[in-house]
Ligand binder design. Structure first.
Ligand code: GDG
Length: 739
């Protein structure tokens, strides 16, 4: 679902009408996905006051949503483009707040939500695009709780100090939180969003997961994280390789008077793009003779945009006045300073311009991503060309080998432009190769795939216990000797910020107590925690077998097995502890846990990016200082152990100790995968929550685990009772059995 459909309704000069496709990056990325999934695209057809019936276009169902002329003015041009757009782009232009625009925004969002509610299949996935439709996720969830809903924000999400200006800030956040996954361009955008959620609702956020508490006290987990968008790299490369496009690039340079350097800017004519700052810097360089008009030409494509919004009309006047002045002052008969083009061009012509340009100027004051930057890189197959790129464009997070600038710093921008013009070819090639590698490593297909994988990964974990699992439990309950092995954190106990605060759910404890009373049935807790820590938080009933430190420590119906460490091993641990303490000290929220035979660095209070980078530096430094330790990575934790061991080994030891003929194993972490792969045909593995797994079954969270254990206790008790009856019966009346 997006504001505009991938096709426009057009009326030809002869009065006939039809549909013309408008293949943007989003359409290119989603078309194959939509076709494969029998998808439908919901959006506005681009003409006012006209209703169209749904129809099929190239394998995709098109569902047009009508907008009236006044809705276009108030919802689209007004609230979307004159309230949200400037507000979300750091109030570069003053946002206008009008209550009637807001009402139109609510009304149109509801119409979009109703269209999706009407057409989406049961449990379908709905992906809502962009800031015009931020209320849709919540509205749609209310209408259709069965749907899986994603939202992607293409533009920045502003810091709280700015966002809080919005009179309808709470409604917007609530609208977005109706989604299961909310995607942003930059890590900073996702951070701004989760901060706003904490400030306005007091919800807990852990990493990129927001714990949303509904009016009924129900808890939902919403993922809010970065998915940087990209372009159809292969498509651009293909156009750039065409001989006629390359010829056109030569022609463009020739028509410009074959200057030594062609500089290029390509933007929608929008105040966020920093076109004025770019022109100012260029004009000053000409005035100071640091650049000569005979040598350097700036081509500026400013494609028409939002022309009925007053701020955009004023911007056009301002830019065109600036261009006119500079050209009047510096152009000669044979050389123009600026070739200014207020047109839209076919994609081939854009690629020819990218090929013709030695220097690309992307000087946005604020930009979600900026696809132009990536397109330029994709077209430069010969590794020439230099890009000057604003740090305020999302693209600068990835395209680090561009010349990164602060466009407000005109002196710095001028120096960067001169550096770009003078950059030696070898240096250009070195940077461009790295840029091309980056762009190739994240194409628009990767973007849509990773978003949809995250979204549908969540879809696979609905509430409740699937029927197939119920049947498998019933079968398992008939085992001769049954072992029920359970991870603790995230399985019996919900995850908490402080590990010492973790407690099993009461319902899970009750089920465990029932299970341990049953004959031929053993329960074990299998944790990565050190045994003493596991005993502290789990307070295990007697008879529960325990394994800690990933199977290195065991307590099997006898006093704790102590680990006898050698003096040299203790020295190694101390050495590593020193290194990790220093690393943890450099990041607030990180801490080191000492285990009997290892050390763990916990990063769960940090942002995912900061956590990963801390883990990386821990891994490198410990590896070089103390090679040979076993390294284990779990959720937000990296562990260095003196002795190898994993939960798979723990299962093997438990199996041996109990003589189990069937094992039930449940866990939520990546380290539980070792246990799942150690299971055989008569066993049952159950993964908790999202993520790849070797387990055959999956449930959503600890509440479901408790339900499963209770169910297993019922089935097992039922089976044992039946067995007992049968034995008793057989014992007292052997004749019946023989017959
Ligand atoms: C929003 C966010 C985010 C431009 N003129 C012509 C033309 N274009 C194409 C470019 C590029 C696209 O339009 C513009 O994309 P940008 O990313 O640069 O900027 P926005 O339009 O502001 O897009 C932005 C994006 O959404 C995606 O999430 O990156 O931050 O603001 O593809 O090549 N294409 C053709 N003729 C033109 O005259 N054919």
């Amino acid at each position: 679902m997006s504001n505009r459909l991938p096709v426009d309704h057009v009326v030809n000069s002869d009065g006939s009408s039809g549909w013309k496709s408008s293949p943007g990056g989003l359409v290119t990325a989603l078309e194959p996905v939509m076709r494969a999934a029998e998808g439908a695209w919901i959006g506005w057809a681009g003409v006012a006051d006209t209703e169209f019936a749904p129809f099929e276009n190239d394998g995709i169902e098109i569902i047009p949503v009508p907008l009236s002329e006044s809705e276009i003015e108030q919802y689209y041009e007004g609230f979307s483009n004159d309230t949200l757009w400037p507000l979300y782009h750091d109030v570069i232009a003053p946002p206008q707040y009008h209550r009637e625009w807001w009402e139109a925004y609510v009304q149109v969002n509801r119409r979009f939500a109703e269209a999706a509610a009407r057409y989406a299949a049961t449990e379908a996935v709905v992906w809502v695009q962009d800031y015009q439709l931020q209320l849709v996720p919540e509205m749609l969830r209310e209408l259709r709780p069965d749907l899986v809903i994603g939202f992607f924000d293409h533009i920045p999400f502003p810091p709280y100090g700015i966002f809080s200006q919005l009179p309808w800030r709470k409604q917007i956040l609530k609208g977005l939180l109706g989604a299961d996954v909310i995607g942003f361009q930059r890590v900073a955008d996702a951070g701004n969003f989760t901060r706003a959620v904490r400030r306005l609702f007091g919800f807990t956020t852990r990493g990129n997961v927001v714990e949303v508490i509904g009016d009924d006290g129900d808890v939902r987990h919403v993922v809010a994280r970065t998915f940087p968008i990209s372009i159809d790299v292969a498509g651009y490369e293909e156009i750039a390789a065409r001989p006629e496009v390359q010829e056109r690039a030569r022609q463009i340079r020739h028509d410009l008077g074959d200057p030594k350097v062609v500089m290029l800017g390509v933007d929608r004519l929008d105040y966020t793009k920093g076109i004025g700052h770019r022109l100012k810097a260029f004009g000053e360089l000409l005035a100071e003779n640091r650049l000569q008009v005979e040598d350097v030409t700036l081509v500026q494509v400013a494609s028409p945009s939002r022309e009925r919004v007053a701020t955009y009309m004023a911007l056009r006047d301002e830019i065109e006045l600036q261009v006119g002045r500079l050209n009047g002052e510096f152009s000669t008969i044979s050389h123009s300073a600026i070739a200014y083009l207020h047109h839209g061009y076919p994609r081939e012509e854009m690629v020819a311009l990218y090929l013709a340009a030695d220097v690309m100027l992307v000087t946005a004051l604020r930009d979600g991503m900026n696809l132009v930057a990536k397109e330029y890189v994709a077209c430069r197959a010969d590794n020439t060309g230099v890009m000057v790129l604003s740090e305020f464009a999302g693209a600068s997070d990835e395209l680090r080998q561009a010349i990164i600038v602060n466009p407000h710093d005109i002196a710095g921008l001028k120096d960067a432009i001169v550096a770009a013009v003078e950059m030696p070819k070898r240096e250009q090639a070195r940077r461009m190769r790295a840029l091309r590698k980056t762009v190739n490593g994240n194409t628009v297909n990767d973007w849509s795939k990773s978003f949809l994988d995250t979204l549908t990964g969540r879809a696979a974990v609905p509430r409740g216990i699937p029927e197939t699992l119920v049947n498998a439990l019933r079968e398992l309950a008939a085992a001769d000797e049954l072992l029920i092995a359970l991870d603790f954190d995230g399985t019996l106990a919900p995850h908490v910020d402080q590990p010492e605060d973790a407690r099993a759910l009461d319902s899970a404890r009750d089920a465990v107590l029932r299970l341990i009373r049953l004959a031929d049935t053993r329960v074990a807790f299998v944790s990565g925690r050190a045994l003493v820590s596991l005993q502290h938080v789990a307070d295990p009933p007697e008879d529960v077998l325990l394994t800690g430190s990933h199977g290195v420590e065991l307590k099997l119906d006898q006093p704790d097995v102590t680990l006898d460490l050698l003096a040299s091993e203790i020295d190694r641990l101390d050495h590593v502890a020193g290194i990790l303490e220093r690393i943890a000290g450099s990041a607030e929220g990180a801490w080191v846990e000492r285990k009997p035979a290892g050390l763990a660095l916990h990063t769960r209070l940090l942002s995912p990016a900061a956590g990963q980078s801390l883990q990386r530096s821990a891994r490198t430094r410990v590896r070089s200082a103390e090679p040979g330790l076993t390294v284990r990575e779990g959720k937000n934790v990296i562990e260095f152990a003196l002795r190898p061991g994993n939960k798979g080994d723990a299962i093997a030891k438990l199996r041996e100790h109990t003589g189990a003929t069937s094992v039930f194993y449940a866990g939520d972490d990546v380290t539980d995968e070792d246990a799942f792969v150690a299971l055989g045909a008569d066993d049952l593995g159950m993964k908790i929550g999202q993520g790849r797994t070797a387990a055959g079954h999956r449930v959503r969270g600890p509440e479901e685990v408790a339900e499963v254990l209770a169910l297993l206790a019922d089935f097992r008790a039922g089976f044992l009772q039946a067995q007992k009856r049968e034995r008793a019966y057989t014992g007292s009346n052997p004749i019946v059995t023989e017959s």
